[in-house]
Ligand binder design. Structure first.
Ligand code: HEC
Ligand code: HEC
Ligand code: HEC
Ligand code: HEC
Ligand code: HEC
Ligand code: HEC
Ligand code: HEC
Ligand code: HEC
Length: 500
């Protein structure tokens, strides 16, 4: 039985028993639609609170679960926080109350803007769902006020209508895309429509919500099989954030601290193919970041212990509790150097660990700068590295070491190919060490890999090269530095000790 039936059934039970004013089911308490004071005409069908002092919304008197969850979010305190800031002026109100912002209404003459009535204070249900007078007076599936999950400000809808501007540039940052690069705000072409329906589970908002088990209805909902290039949405705000609140900080749908690829918000998607067991047609990695960070990625040559994963500080929750988000969702303020006054908030919603920044420390649109133009402040503000310069140097040393090993592995692979080419092509009877080494090279070359887990990648490349030597008698042209060959894999790395 779907939710509609459950809701409708409750409705019918009430209608049949006119004496009882309320009736409870799991998700809904139905009250007579006339149980709330009619909204002022000037509110244009927005109904707001029926008990402002207790933050009881009219919607929430029927949709009880949503009321309870929402009441625990910051949205429910938006008005008192605004007043408490000491800086409240009229221009602040629209984003901190029920208005046209966040829903499909574009006319500004609605809600708090026209009434200044306490019942429209705070970011309430109708901020996202739109005016609900008709529905609340006689709920039907035809008049249900579905919310949109769009993020973009251009859509006159969605979270971005409030979460924008210099102090809160969440949507502004989210929208910026690297030319031809990866970005949460674009749907990767070729992932939809696609015969392989698993692609949309990570590459589109609707597919991901479906995969995450979100059954709620919203404007853009379509069956996974009905997704097209035209209706698919990218990784929007509501993919990561639960609009009604969750058990995690910042209304996140899943924990960012869980060291588990199936429970961690980021790793749920960033784990497509990290080891050869998933290799079908392409002998290379695909979003291996989660397993890499946790030391689980790569082809482990025979003799290399798979019993323990090889983890560095970056993947150890006790040392780095926010894991991916420490580096990739780093919030900071940048002060305008010229005036010393204007403060820009970088929200971290470009998801770039070391973004290129201008002289004021503000991330630039163009992200093609060299290493000296990148800020490494997420490495410092997290308390892990003493200075940006230290972190930058480690980045350079690590990449140099790994690049040397990659060159070494590639030269050994080339020699194997010269002797036995078939051993280095997929489709043979077994997964050879030549294929395994190729796979590990692709892991090492995945952007950020040497930051996510340099220890793992070093060990894998060294062991792979040794294995090629053993299996085919080849020696690399570029010799592996001796210092690397005998280092036992660091299992755990205590915060404060030399990090590399
Ligand atoms: C009088 C009780 C009542 C009130 C008040 C009420 N609803 Fe509903 N709501 C219902 C019922 C009953 C349904 C199911 C309607 C149907 O499908 O026949 C429903 C359906 C919905 C749905 C669709 C759910 C789904 O499964 O697709 C949304 C969204 C919704 N309501 C939002 C709101 C919002 C927002 C408000 C406040 C503006 C509100 N409701 C006020 C009773 C109510
Ligand atoms: C009507 C304007 C408005 C809309 C629409 C809106 N927000 Fe907000 N949001 C706010 C304001 C204002 C705050 C700050 C409240 C406070 O701290 O007092 C906030 C706070 C938040 C927070 C901070 C929570 C925390 O615990 O740190 C999150 C997360 C958030 N919003 C997500 C969303 C998402 C996701 C959407 C869209 C589904 C959305 N918001 C739509 C105005 C809005
Ligand atoms: C464009 C919409 C918008 C306007 C206009 C706006 N705010 Fe906000 N405000 C937000 C959002 C979104 C957040 C949540 C940001 C976050 O959680 O990081 C917020 C958060 C806040 C907070 C809570 C900060 C905290 O640390 O929890 C305060 C206080 C605040 N705003 C005050 C103001 C004041 C004062 C004004 C007017 C000068 C104003 N806002 C105007 C959207 C707006
Ligand atoms: C619903 C799946 C999903 C979730 C959850 C997710 N990502 Fe992504 N991420 C993607 C996809 C898909 C791409 C590639 C997008 C494209 O260009 O097509 C991507 C791209 C990226 C990129 C490169 C581009 C950019 O925007 O800078 C980074 C970094 C990134 N994600 C980090 C994270 C972090 C950190 C988290 C957790 C806070 C996270 N992702 C959560 C699916 C996801
Ligand atoms: C910040 C925006 C936002 C706020 C505030 C908000 N909602 Fe929603 N609501 C959404 C979005 C987006 C969805 C669909 C996706 C989801 O549920 O994750 C949704 C879905 C729903 C549904 C559909 C449930 C179903 O079974 O299909 C109901 C009912 C609902 N909301 C009621 C409420 C009520 C009641 C409140 C206030 C107490 C509220 N919402 C506050 C954005 C919001
Ligand atoms: C890929 C996942 C992802 C997406 C997409 C995403 N966020 Fe977030 N957001 C996060 C994470 C993770 C944090 C918490 C970072 C932390 O705890 O340090 C966060 C934090 C926030 C906060 C609280 C910030 C604070 O410090 O108070 C707000 C507000 C917010 N996001 C709004 C948005 C909005 C609006 C959008 C859409 C434009 C959005 N987010 C898209 C992952 C995401
Ligand atoms: C488990 C989640 C997941 C699934 C399933 C998935 N992807 Fe991805 N994909 C990602 C993430 C996350 C990224 C961005 C991070 C990265 O590339 O490391 C990405 C990146 C990409 C890229 C750009 C980078 C590259 O490697 O070329 C393409 C193209 C792509 N995916 C296509 C697909 C196709 C086609 C499918 C279905 C056959 C698919 N993906 C299935 C998560 C997934
Ligand atoms: C210790 C900091 C740190 C942690 C933790 C971390 N990353 Fe990264 N990540 C980086 C750096 C630095 C880069 C490379 C940026 C560059 O080379 O410019 C990077 C690169 C990436 C890239 C390639 C796209 C890009 O922006 O260059 C993706 C995708 C990515 N990381 C996702 C993740 C995910 C998902 C997690 C968690 C499983 C994670 N990262 C954990 C620092 C980190």
């Amino acid at each position: 039985m779907n939710r509609f039936n459950r809701v409708r059934r409750t409705f019918l039970i009430i209608a049949a028993s006119a004496v009882a004013l309320t009736c409870r089911s799991d998700r809904i308490v139905y009250r007579s639609g006339t149980n709330f004071a009619p909204p002022p005409v000037a509110a244009a069908n927005f109904i707001g609170y029926f008990d402002a002092a207790n933050k009881q919304t009219v919607c929430g008197s029927c949709h009880v679960d949503f009321q309870t969850r929402w009441a625990g979010t910051k949205h429910a305190n938006a008005w008192s926080d605004l007043q408490g800031s000491g800086g409240a002026t009229g221009t602040c109100n629209a984003c901190h109350s029920v208005s046209n912002l966040g829903n499909a209404i574009s006319d500004t003459a609605v809600g708090y803007r026209t009434t200044k009535d306490v019942r429209y204070q705070d970011v309430q249900c109708e901020s996202c769902h739109g005016p609900g007078f008709t529905h609340a007076s006689g709920p039907t599936s035809a008049n249900r006020p579905l919310a949109s999950i769009k993020a973009d400000t251009n859509a006159t809808n969605g979270c971005g209508e409030c979460h924008n501007g210099v102090h809160n540039p969440f949507v502004d940052e989210w929208k910026l895309t690297n030319e031809g690069g990866l970005s949460h705000s674009i749907v990767q072409s070729g992932t939809v429509p696609n015969a392989d329906l698993t692609c949309v589970g990570c590459h589109t908002a609707q597919g991901a919500l479906n995969k995450f088990g979100v059954t709620e209805n919203y404007v853009e909902k379509v069956a996974t099989t009905g997704l097209t290039a035209a209706n698919a949405l990218p990784i929007v705000c509501a993919t990561c954030h639960d609009p009604h609140g969750s058990g995690n900080d910042h209304q996140l749908r899943f924990s960012i601290s869980a060291p588990d690829i199936d429970d961690n918000l980021c790793m749920k998607c960033h784990q497509r193919r990290a080891d050869p067991s998933q290799v079908t047609t392409r002998n290379s990695v695909h979003s291996p970041e989660g397993p890499t960070l946790l030391g689980l990625a790569g082809w482990f040559p025979p003799g290399m212990s798979t019993g323990d994963s090889i983890i560095g500080t970056h993947g150890t929750p006790s040392a780095n509790p926010k894991l991916c988000a420490t580096c990739h969702v780093a919030r900071y303020a940048a002060t305008d150097l010229a005036t010393g006054k204007f403060v820009f908030q970088a929200t971290g919603h470009r998801f770039i660990a070391a973004p290129c920044v201008d002289a004021n420390g503000v991330p630039t649109k163009d992200q093609s700068c060299t290493i000296t133009g990148k800020t490494f402040r997420s490495c410092v503000s997290s308390g892990c590295h003493a200075t940006e310069a230290v972190a930058r140097t480690l980045y350079l040393t690590d990449s140099t070491r790994i690049l040397q090993l990659i060159a070494s592995a590639n030269s050994a692979i080339a020699k194997v190919k010269a002797i036995k080419a078939s051993e280095c092509t997929l489709g043979g009877p077994k997964y050879t060490s030549c294929l395994g080494t190729q796979f590990n090279v692709s892991l090492a070359q995945a952007p950020g890999g040497f930051v996510h887990n340099p220890f793992l990648i070093e060990q894998l490349l060294v062991a792979s090269i040794n294995q090629l030597q053993k299996d085919y008698g080849v020696t690399p042209n570029i010799s592996v530095p001796l210092s690397l060959q005998f280092i036992p894999p660091p299992r755990e790395h205590v915060n404060g000790a030399a990090l590399r």
